[in-house]
Design a protein around this ligand. Sequence first.
Ligand code: ADP
Length: 253
Amino acid sequence: MTTMKNKVALITGAGQGIGFSTAKIFAEAGAIVVLADWDENLVNAAAKKLSDEGYKTLAIVCDVSDDAQVQAMIEETVAAFGRLDAAFNNAGVQNDLADAADQTREDFDRVTGINLRGVWSCMKYELQQMRKQGSGAIVNCSSIGGILGGAQRGTYHAAKHGVIGLTKSAALEYALQGIRINTICPGLIHTPMADKMIEGGQKEALDAMLETVPVKRLGRPEEIGNAVAWLCSDAASLIVGHTLVVDGGYSIQ
Ligand code: ADP
């Protein structure tokens, strides 16, 4: 059983989808949960949903692509609860679909600024707190896009590949300081992002992808949340710098 009893856990992009689902699982496992998102209404509603169920939560509005906001998010967390035991750096966006010759610098900067530099920034300030404590666990969110190519999704895939490199490098640095850092690679998961693909006229593309998933279905957000909670728990004490793929077998073929 995964337990996070009395641990202070921070989740970025916690307003909906995988982030919110993971926040709920952390709370159920006994953690005090800090939900962060750049969408104020979303994150306040998400935190309220959990606190209405009796869980201890804090909502923070933070754009992970802004270093000063990230630093303030960690300071607010520590001011509220005294420490930071676990973090799931999950906030992310998709790139505008385009072939490499037609991608824009603006979109590249937007997507890498959130999906890669955002993870770098969150990890930096989380580690500054965790190294003071001499303990902690971080899970960075990559994707199957972090291990595979994807036509018209080069920017997203580049950022997600980068997350794995950041994770492995930091994991080496902090292994002896009681801090474990791992990556999770969700496959095709039923989240608002997937719903947006369907609404955006990409349902056929999604269905075609699902045909190639051995389990022939979208993953449930809680199937990612359970894996993240386990990686953050003491049950995963020897898991260091690992890339955990949770994709129903999509990437093994
Ligand atoms: P997923 O499939 O990862 O669950 P979603 O789009 O459903 O994808 O959720 C991503 C979450 O990340 C959303 O709640 C969104 O508001 C949040 N998010 C996106 N960009 C940022 C950012 N720069 N800073 C903080 N949160 C962000």
